[in-house]
Design a protein around this ligand. Structure first.
Ligand SMILES: [Zn+2]
Ligand SMILES: [Zn+2]
Length: 342
């Protein structure tokens, strides 16, 4: 099968072609696994963190990609949940132990043995991939492959982030950064919390206009003061300055959720600007969101089909994965990026 593999960690400032197109043997599913013929795979900011080593793959070479749509091509001897030809999705959660306290409590995203697709196991930048049948999801018919792929990470983790903010209808919500995940969150909020005003921060004029088209109440650059305090906020930027700048806009008792697997260290000194009295006192909270649980994906997919949330996306050939990644790195984003594989 054809696959785009990452041979080693590299610096994208020096190397704009981190992945190599290679031919590999098609993987064989274990007893409880299914073999999936991949038709689309979303491109996620986390891939940049993997390539540059902020969150390193477990071994090399590795096939990245954790927003996978495809059809069941072959089943392991004990796999019974799907039928040949079923359309399924695979997200960031590739496997969790199922027996630890976190797993039994539905917090399998925090399992110490958590395995991530495209990091601990080969992912979807390839013609085929395998996964345990317990970690694959049916895809609602009304969504195309290209629309469904970004829902598996950008959408599902956006859904989890929004849930973790504790938002109630009418609460003001700030979105720091307006990439693939944030634009889906805005669509979700417009549907589920119609009384909530959404305030979008982006340094990019095109993204701010896009946010306004989608119904943002206010848009501005990082560092600007919002006309109303923010009860809830979600940060999807790779750096620290937007967070520090936003704390002064946070309402008393407000909560900011950081949706990033790692932060870049380029502007870490910004953290020294935090003024406790202005930025944190009066019960302001900062919380991170880690990974996804299966329920996030399983709940979110039908919700997305119902609203409907059909992600704005651009499609690329498998062999163009490097170009898609570099455009993501450079912030050339309108919606999501998706590799079309078959
Ligand atoms: Zn992702
Ligand atoms: Zn566990």
């Amino acid at each position: 099968m054809k696959a785009m593999v990452l041979p080693q960690i590299t610096d994208l400032a020096q190397n704009s072609r981190p992945l190599n197109l290679v031919d590999l043997p098609t993987p064989v599913p274990d007893d409880q696994e299914i073999l999936v013929k991949v038709s689309a795979c979303g491109v996620c900011h986390t891939e940049l963190d993997e390539i540059e080593g902020r969150t390193s793959p477990a071994s090399f070479p590795i096939i990245l990609g954790h927003q996978i749509i495809g059809r069941v091509e072959q089943m392991g001897r004990e796999a019974t949940k799907f039928q040949l030809g079923d359309r399924v999705g695979i997200g960031w959660i590739h496997w969790a132990c199922g027996t630890c306290n976190f797993c039994r409590d539905g917090k399998e995203n925090l399992c110490a043995q958590f395995q991530a697709t495209g990091q601990d196991a080969d992912g979807g930048y390839a013609e085929y991939t395998t996964v345990s049948e317990d970690f694959a999801y049916p895809i609602p018919e009304s969504l195309t492959d290209g629309e469904a792929a970004p829902l598996l990470c950008a959408g599902a983790i956006g859904y989890r982030s929004l849930r973790l903010t504790g938002i109630e209808d009418g609460d003001t919500l700030g979105l720091l950064g307006f990439g693939a995940s944030a634009h889906l969150v805005l669509k979700m909020v417009r549907h589920q919390y119609p009384e909530s005003k959404v305030f979008v921060f982006s340094r990019n004029q095109a993204e701010r206009e896009f946010a306004e088209e989608l119904g943002a109440f206010w848009t501005g650059n990082f560092g600007e003061e919002t006309p109303e305090k923010l009860m809830r906020a979600i940060d999807t930027t790779p750096v620290w300055k937007p967070i520090v700048d936003c704390l002064k806009n946070l309402e008393r008792g407000g909560r900011l959720v950081i949706n990033a697997i790692r932060k870049e260290s380029v502007d870490q000194e910004e953290l020294l600007r935090i003024d406790y009295a202005r930025d944190l006192w009066l019960e302001k909270e900062i919380k991170s969101v880690a990974n996804v649980a299966r329920l996030d994906i399983a709940d979110f997919l039908p919700l997305a089909a119902k609203i409907p949330i059909k992600p704005e996306h651009q499609e690329y050939e498998l062999a163009e994965a490097n170009q898609a990644l570099m455009e993501l790195k450079q912030g050339k984003i309108r919606g999501a990026k998706v590799l079309r594989i078959a």
